[in-house]
Design a protein around this ligand. Structure first.
Ligand SMILES: Nc1ncnc2c1ncn2[C@@H]1O[C@H](COP(=O)(O)OP(=O)(O)OP(=O)(O)O)[C@@H](O)[C@H]1O
Ligand SMILES: [Mg+2]
Length: 495
């Protein structure tokens, strides 16, 4: 035990380290990244209407300037302007031509050398939000070498103005605007994410992390009271979780302490028992010699003494073997039950006057571990024989019968005797180790062991009835289930 423990500790810490969450995969990092992404997403959605309205107001501004210029020019004589002066005006506004429409009459105010081909018409006054947004995206992604015709009324004036201009300046301005927005968005999202992160970290992640730490530290040494979590005085879900965790850890610790006491006690019992068995064995040897003493008094008590010693040795051995931990899992085969029951009959020490009936059909098959089923049946039959041996009246029928029947894939073995039935103490503690014995010299292990062995087969042992003259135990053992995946595999394989 003590040699193995350092190794165990080693693997324990390794396991605990494996369960620790690295920062990059922790809840906080996920939360931080998610917040940044979500805020950016929201910014993108807001960006579309922003850029659309930026584009329209940029164009409107140009149109306003053009309007102001054209009003000044209308006052004078536009034709008198030299080509160079016209180009200067156009260059200043960034346009190729400006026109004004007044009461159905359109006047071209300034024209560059070549009248340009227009690629896109933008009606400032009648552009819907959707058109504005698609137009803005269009300019951003595909614009730069197009010619725009922008028109619409300006201010209170009833004249309509028109401007023909290339879009590269517009696109440049929009790109700068987008870059600024992107930069500000990033700032906002990082700032928001940090705020959200700090708040959630304080309210949730911190306590959850503390809880995780406490669980890990508790699982490393569940018997240390200091490792139980101290729940915070909060009324939200985390408070409830912390309180429940604390209660659970306390309960677990109590249970562990109890189990440790029981295990210590068990160890002490088995040590005492071991020594006792050796002492009894030597007493048995010495008492054997008493048989040779011819004294009639000695002759009368020697057999009783020997029987008592035999029982005591058997008792010690029973306790020892029960304490010797787990039964091996059953290794199951198909067995002829008739033969097995015959073997049980051969082993039992049946006294004169007790009848043993093997009513199992000779072809009956059961799917079980031969050794374990043998022990189960021996325990049941021995109990019956012992119970009937206590009956001394000669007229009593004393018969033990074993029969079996099959119900689908389940074998049901029935052991019946005509003895006195189970005493109340045995009935109340049926299948409970050490508690059920109502027989002097009985360990109270036979039924408990039978129960454990049958359970390992996936079956049950039950007391069907127990009245004077008819006591029936039934052992039910289902056949091993067919493993579907294996069966399918073998079917698919070509023969
Ligand atoms: N067929 C039976 N008829 C009457 N009493 C029974 C029968 N089977 C079991 N009992 C009662 O149930 C008790 C528990 O049986 P169990 O086999 O568990 O222990 P045990 O026979 O006392 O001791 P062990 O089998 O460990 O030597 C018995 O002491 C006995 O009183
Ligand atoms: Mg018994």
């Amino acid at each position: 035990m003590s040699e193995a423990s350092p190794a165990n500790e080693g693997t324990g810490t390794a396991k605990a380290a494996g369960r620790r969450v690295p920062l990059s995969r922790g809840l906080s990092t996920k939360l931080l990244l998610l917040t940044i992404v979500f805020v950016l997403l929201a910014e993108v959605l807001i960006f579309l209407p922003w850029i659309a309205s930026y584009r329209l107001s940029w164009l409107k501004e140009r149109l306003n300037t053009a309007a102001a210029v054209s009003i000044v020019l209308v006052q004078g004589e536009p034709a008198s302007l030299s080509r160079a002066a016209q180009n200067d005006v156009l260059m200043a506004i960034g346009a190729k031509a400006i026109a004004v429409r007044d009461g159905g009459v359109s006047r071209l105010l300034v024209v560059a050398d070549m009248p340009p081909n227009v690629d896109e018409h933008i009606d400032i006054a009648n552009t819907s939000m959707l058109e504005g947004m698609t137009g803005a995206l269009d300019t951003l992604f595909f614009g730069g070498d197009r010619m725009l015709r922008v028109f619409g009324p300006v201010g209170e004036s009833d004249k309509e103005f028109e401007l023909i201009m290339p879009d590269y300046r517009l696109r440049e301005a929009m790109l700068i605007y987008s870059r600024n927005v992107a930069f500000v968005s990033l700032l906002i999202s990082v700032f928001t994410a940090m705020l959200v992160y700090a708040a959630i970290d304080l309210i949730m992640i911190g306590p959850i992390r503390a809880m995780t730490r406490s669980m890990l530290s508790f699982s490393e040494a569940p018997d240390e009271p200091a490792r139980i979590i101290h729940p915070a005085a909060r009324s939200d879900e985390i408070g409830v979780a912390e309180r429940e965790l604390s209660l659970m850890q306390q309960r677990l610790q109590k249970m562990l302490a109890e189990q440790k006491h029981l295990a210590d006690l068990g160890l002490a019992v088995s040590k005492i028992n071991h020594d006792m068995r050796n002492i009894l064995a030597s007493a048995q040897l010495m008492s054997d010699r008493l048989r040779q003493v011819k004294d009639p008094t000695v002759q009368s008590f020697a057999p009783k003494l020997l029987r008592a010693l035999d029982r005591a040795v058997a008792y010690s051995e029973g306790v020892l073997s029960y304490g010797r931990a787990q039964e091996a899992p059953p290794s199951r085969r198909r067995l002829r039950l008739y033969q097995l029951v015959e073997d049980v009959h051969g082993l039992l020490d049946i006294e004169e006057g007790i009848e043993f009936v093997n009513a199992v059909e000779s072809a009956f098959e059961v799917d079980a571990d031969s050794d374990q089923l043998f022990r189960v049946l021996t325990n049941l039959c021995r109990n019956a024989v012992q119970a009937m041996a206590a009956d001394t009246e000669s007229a009593l029928v004393r018969r033990l019968a074993v029969s079996a029947e099959r119900q689908g894939s389940v074998s049901r073995i029935v052991v019946t005797d005509t003895g006195p039935g189970l005493p109340p103490k045995a009935r109340e503690n049926l299948f409970a180790a050490f508690r059920g014995s109502a027989r002097s010299g009985g360990t109270g292990l036979g039924l408990a062991i039978a129960h454990e062995l049958v359970r390992a087969h996936g079956g049950t042992v039950e007391l069907v009835e127990s009245i004077g003259g008819r006591t029936t135990f039934a052992v039910t053992i289902p056949d091993q289930p067919v493993r579907l995946d294996q069966a399918r595999g073998s079917l698919r394989r070509p023969a």
